[in-house]
Design a protein around this ligand. Structure first.
Ligand code: SME
Length: 162
C-alpha cells in the first residue's frame, strides 16, 4: 500500500520494452532494429502520432527511421535549433505541452500540439534522440519520459557508425 504509484512502470510500458528487446535481438541489423522500435512505439501508443529517431552527425541531427502519417521536411536540424536541437545540446529530455507556446518549436505537421524529445546517450555523449509528436495538448508526461529513456538506452548500440 505504501508504494508510490508514480514510480511504478505501467504494464503497457513493460510489455513494450520486452517486445522491443526481443525484436532488436532478432532484427537483421541495426537499421532494421531501429525501424522496428519506431514502428512498435507508433503502433502501440495512440498518443504517439509521429515517432522518429534523429542521429547526431557532426554538429547536426539527421533523421533516421520514422513512422507517422507524413514525412517531415526537417531531415537535418543543427544541434541547438528547435526542440530537437535543444535536447541534443543539453542532454535533457524536453517535454513541450503546447508547441504553439514554445518559441523554439520547429513546425513539422499542422496536427502537432505537443512533443517529447529524449536524448540517446553512448559513452556519456548524446548520439541521437527519440522525437515523438502528439496531436493533443499535454500528451506526454514524466511516465513517457522514463519509458522513452529506457528505449533510448536500447537504441544507443544501434546508431549508424561512420
Ligand atoms: N518539432 C521539432 C522538429 C522535428 S519534427 O517534430 C519531426 C523541433 O522543434 O525541433
Amino acid at each position: 500500500m505504501s508504494h508510490p504509484v508514480a514510480e511504478e512502470r505501467p504494464a503497457v510500458h513493460g510489455d513494450a520494452l520486452n517486445l522491443l528487446r526481443a525484436a532488436i535481438a532478432e532484427a537483421a541489423g541495426p537499421a532494421a532494429a531501429a525501424q522496428r522500435v519506431v514502428d512498435v512505439l507508433h503502433d502501440r501508443f495512440p498518443a504517439y502520432d509521429w515517432v522518429g529517431i534523429y542521429w547526431v552527425d557532426g554538429s547536426d541531427l539527421v533523421l533516421g527511421p520514422w513512422t507517422g502519417p507524413q514525412a517531415t521536411e526537417h531531415t537535418r536540424i543543427p544541434i541547438g535549433t528547435g526542440v530537437c536541437g535543444a535536447a541534443a545540446a543539453s542532454g535533457r529530455t524536453e517535454i513541450v505541452a503546447d508547441v504553439d507556446a514554445d518559441p523554439r518549436y520547429l513546425a513539422c505537421f499542422p496536427s502537432t500540439k505537443s512533443e517529447i524529445v529524449v536524448p540517446i546517450f553512448d559513452g556519456g555523449s548524446v548520439v541521437g534522440e527519440i522525437d515523438v509528436d502528439g496531436s493533443d495538448l499535454h500528451a506526454f508526461d514524466g511516465t513517457d519520459a522514463r519509458f522513452l529513456e529506457e528505449i533510448a538506452a536500447l537504441l544507443a548500440p544501434l546508431r549508424p557508425r561512420t
